[in-house]
Write a protein that binds this ligand. Sequence first.
Ligand SMILES: C[S@@+](CC[C@H](N)C(=O)[O-])C[C@H]1O[C@@H](n2cnc3c(N)ncnc32)[C@H](O)[C@@H]1O
Length: 471
Amino acid sequence: MPPARNRHPRRDDNRRPGGPRSTGRPQDLVRRTAFDVIRAVETRDAYANLLLPARLRDRGLTGRDAALATELTYGTLRGRGTYDAILALCSDRELRRIDGPLLDVLRLGAHQVLATRIPPHAAVGTAVDLARSVAGPGQSKFANAVLRKVTTRDLDGWLAIVAPEGADATTRLSVAYSHPKWIVSALRDALGPDRGEIADLLAADNARPRVTLVARPGRATVAELLEAGAEPAPLSPYGALLDEGDPGAIPAVRDGRAAVQDEGSQLVAAALAAAPLDGRDERWLDVCAGPGGKAGLLSALAAGRGARLLAADVQPHRAGLVRRAVDARTGVVAADGTVPPWRPGTFDRIMLDAPCTGLGALRRRPEARWRRGPEAVAELGPLQRALLASALEALRPGGVLAYVTCSPHLAETRVVDDALRGRTDVARLDAPAALRAVAPGLTGAGDGEFAQLWPHRHGTDAMFLALLRRD
Ligand SMILES: C[S@@+](CC[C@H](N)C(=O)[O-])C[C@H]1O[C@@H](n2cnc3c(N)ncnc32)[C@H](O)[C@@H]1O
């Protein structure tokens, strides 16, 4: 099966209105912008989702031009694994011998040829122009020769060659769905008995998610978001989906009463808030709160109950971002959760949204899959375990803790089993039931103690949730 394709309406008229910077041909500016962001991701570890909006603004690209630049940037970054396999067959030079800028032009060209409705001659022509401007006339001839070969087959035709049925399953899925092999293996392991869904999961990682908004209760309502053009979200009682338009233009979002937040993130925060608890319910803690997505919702839910949230993050600038997401009652501190400034047994509810590989949010971060290797999982383990041990210490007897990762990787979720081994004072609560209590329509999120949401099943990031009570 081919990777999910982000088809773009067939057109080569992506002109932008004239303006002070509209010297060269406008379509060149669109592709040049995509190229610059792809290069920055490659050479200086830039984040496409942060850099691209800034470049679009700088260059005055809006509307259809901005949409095309976004599609080209994200699609090229996501599809790199597939495109490299195809380019390797079309080039008489090994890919590792092709200069970085030229290789990125070829990837951008391959994406346009194979996964958009841009006519092949326009895709090749503009890529050759770009190759000339970033790598010189000699290299533009090479780019022309390679990309012309790419145009000889459609994506399915190429996949039959680079990811043939007879190849071993991990390699085939890795090339066809453009995921590194170690991620394919890790995701398949995480699916466990449902491993047959792996192709659907990889395809979901390649599809751009819809923008999900959260109405922070007591500060905004879902109805207000619907009036602004959003649709109700299928699962979260606080959620709404936006198909088009700038979320920042919605007054509630502009004022910080609502925000952009994945539905899975909303659900795990709401499940912690709704988990049954005996006794005092006044002191809530978010240990790893930056940049403040879950803290924003928790602070609003806490306020509605007369409880108070303390939000912490080890990085002062991330703690600063949290301040913008929460109300004035919420305390925000820059603190290391492994050597915390708070006393043991202080809190009634704790959110531990641990630093993780983010393998559950690949659809939002197009370049993330290429950035780190499997060593990242091993590197994060000790920190995840230390944070969980320390957060359990901070919980009062009878209190409830949510251990959350936006990664389904078993090494990152089994941290909970490691932490509880040999302990008799911590009980695992039924996390799937807690999620269903806030999202009654939810199915397929697990039937044991732990809950796992999936992009291909739930349309959310692959959030993992364990709910623990200290006895
Ligand atoms: C997955 S992110 C949290 C996302 C956040 N909960 C949200 O919903 O927006 C993990 C956060 O943990 C923070 N972090 C890493 N090590 C930490 C530590 N030792 N103590 C506290 N925070 C830490 C990181 O700075 C990062 O902001």
